[in-house]
Ligand binder design. Sequence first.
Ligand code: PAF
Length: 282
Amino acid sequence: MIIYKRIADIQKRLMDAGAQGLSTGFVPTMGALHSGHISLIAKAKKDTDIVVCSIFVNPMQFNDPEDFEKYPVTIDADIYLLEKAGCTILFLPAVEEIYPEGLKKNVQFKVGFIETILDGKYRPGHFQGVCQVVHRLLEIITPRKIYLGQKDFQQCMVIKKMAAIYFPLLEIIICPTVREISGLAMSSRNKRLTATQKQQASEIFKTLLFIKKHIRPGFLNNLLQTALQNLQAKGFRVDYIAIANAHNLQLLDTWDGKEKTVALIAAFLDEVRLIDNMMISE
Ligand code: PAF
């Protein structure tokens, strides 16, 4: 695996590869890699000739400065995992390389109402920050395909909307969430949890299973209320538990028994914010 820190260097390498007719698959990350990320690398390796992984903790997408400061950084372990997974190129830029004009919002990405609900509501500006960095990375790397994890369901939708405007030829591949044996969704933020907290955090997955098992056509309020009370009783501070249309993320308070739906949760365990989701009717 070759590590590039400079845009000019990675672009030269990718232009040479393009001239040889090789295709590029791109896995954007913020590091602190886990099996979920590695599953994206593995899928990209199957589909494309050159796999580029980026590690960049993007300051523009953190609405909470403490969350940014405490975001886990495990670069040596990340490089080891990427080498082992057969990643071709690691792009490891400094903040100045990505934002040469400083940390400024220069474009308003028109992704519509999905950035105003759920994580968009609780983390104002977050999805604009995600769009800004992913747009920048896509301009630099110009991949044929990008690989994203379904764990970030709303982020996947936002990136799809942004890409449809700016990169219409880009193929977006959404890969399944990878879980611990307990059901806990793999996440870089899990590195901030103790072993006991990790076990406790699997309650989020159990709550999603509960919703999937008990959903019935009609009003959803009682089901969502019970799920909320269960999670609160287990010590979580819940931002949201919601059921939404899986195609457009419109929040639902009733279900017709046919609509394809997804349940989504964001909750704090101590000071660590965790998110997860599950398709509940397909
Ligand atoms: O999901 C993430 O790790 C980040 O939001 C992403 C897509 C790498 C953009 O910084």
